[in-house]
Design a protein around this ligand. Structure first.
Ligand code: GRF
Length: 216
């Protein structure tokens, strides 16, 4: 890929995963340039992190749009104005329409706080504890039309301790998110990671269904 890979990050909240990317791609010969950060809420703290790092920010709120399709079309126009090769969802709390997902097929990543396919959706730490899981973690995957169901790239596992609460578990999972999300983005930017008809490939070889699995 000539020059750094342009990345647009979408978020709704704290932006700690954005911060991990900012820190990871701060050096001069970085393969990734965070071109813009877009939030669907003006009060998303991630926007402040972006501004502090000198990254362009935009806010697109759904009020004023007739429906999901109309909002998503406006979002596509906004994103594509930055000509990204890759778009990363980092705590973007909206369901995306099939048209949006198709538009970014093979260049849209998400991070989810569970070892997918376990615990899709919300409240994953609580649910892992309730299920008595001995292992929990996080996953980076390509986004497809199936919510939290796209092909896996990399997962990091953490051991669940008997005295864990959703909060203590979340803290350890979050720390792993901050490792694997910049890693996956870097692999994509370096041309090592692709989504093809053969599924996810890494250095030209198909990845197993679980993606790369990192265990403590
Ligand atoms: C993370 O837990 C991520 O897995 C989920 O949303 C959260 C975002 O956290 N998709 P942050 O805003 O990056 O701190």
């Amino acid at each position: 890929m000539p020059g750094p890979c342009n990345l647009v990050v979408l978020l709704s909240g704290a932006g700690s995963n954005l911060q991990a990317m900012i820190d990871s791609f701060a050096h001069a010969d970085t393969p990734v340039r965070i071109r813009a950060v877009i939030a669907n809420r003006a009060d998303a703290h991630g926007l402040e992190r972006a501004r502090a790092a000198g990254i362009e920010t935009r806010v697109l709120e759904h009020a004023g749009y007739a429906g999901r399709e109309a909002f998503d079309q406006a979002l596509i126009a906004l994103i594509d104005g930055f000509a990204p090769q890759l778009v990363a969802l980092a705590g973007f709390m909206r369901i995306l329409s099939p048209g949006f997902v198709r538009h970014y097929h093979g260049r849209l990543l998400n991070i989810h706080p569970s070892l997918l396919p376990r615990h899709k959706g919300l409240h994953t730490h609580q649910r892992a504890l309730e299920a008595g899981d001995s292992e929990h973690g996080c996953s980076v995957h390509f986004v497809t039309e199936e919510l939290d169901g796209g092909p896996l790239v990399v997962q990091a596992a953490v051991a669940v301790a008997p005295d864990d609460t959703p909060e203590t578990l979340a803290r350890r999972v979050h720390a792993q998110e901050h490792q694997i999300y910049p890693l996956a983005v870097r692999w994509f930017a370096e041309g090592r990671l692709c989504l093809s008809e053969r599924g996810v490939t890494f250095d030209g070889q198909p990845l197993p269904a679980s993606g790369h699995l990192i265990r403590p």
